[in-house]
Design a protein around this ligand. Sequence first.
Ligand SMILES: [Zn+2]
Ligand SMILES: [Zn+2]
Length: 285
Amino acid sequence: MKGPFCYPDNFLRLLGTGGARFTMLKQIRKTGGIWFTYGGLNGVIDPGPGSLYHMCSSVPALDPHELRAIILTHRHLDHSTDLNVAAEAMTGGGFEKQGLVLLPDDSAGGPNPVLLRYIAQKVGGVMIAEDGKRVDLGMGVTAEPVFHIHHGVNCFGYIFRKEGLRTWGVISDTRPLDHLAERYSECSLVTLNVTFPNKKPRLDHMSAEDAGELLQKLHPEKAVITHMGVIMIEAGPEKYAKMISTEKTKVIAGRDGMVIDLDTLKAYAEAEAQAPCCTFVPTEE
Ligand SMILES: [Zn+2]
Ligand SMILES: [Zn+2]
């Protein structure tokens, strides 16, 4: 809660809904990843280009100094460029050794780590994602990495849990995989990286068609499409969201700046999220 504006107690804010090379390079949609406030813990997932700027310029403000978890699904540029500056902000410019960075091993180490070594020394801890191994993020919140397959890099989605709160998950860049429906089955809400409308089996990304097939087996109450490529954006994500919704799952097309309440699962457009509390009305009702 800040000033005359307020966020829900538990929420996601989409600091960008763009994905893949050309959406990113032209900034057709923002690419700042997902901010979450959940069970008192603030984190960001996949802080791509512009992430720090979009935190600082959000209305109401999202203070990157309040971050205690920075999580990467994989090392690709559209997911990772602001990792180091976000970590610098989390640690108060390097003066406060605090907060966790959770990421795949080829993002943290190897010949070309995206987490710079001197930054890794400043944060409270660096955790390497391992399939199925829950990581304690603090405040009773855990993140469970889920193995993805994505163009030769190590990539994970995550499931977030805290006792007494809804479980939610992030399905990142991946080819369609059988284990996703089972692994994410506890989630009330998932975000889905849907890069393009139609199947492209030679690419390790999910299309809207693939996402639709997944939702026939996985039944979250709500699914949010993000990480959209140029063709997806031009084709009209709202149309596809409606198309792949099921009796059990309402799918919404993410919008930059959108806020999703993790208790009620209601989504608020950016303009609504900037309005004073008393006019904070969900976008769908
Ligand atoms: Zn990507
Ligand atoms: Zn990628």
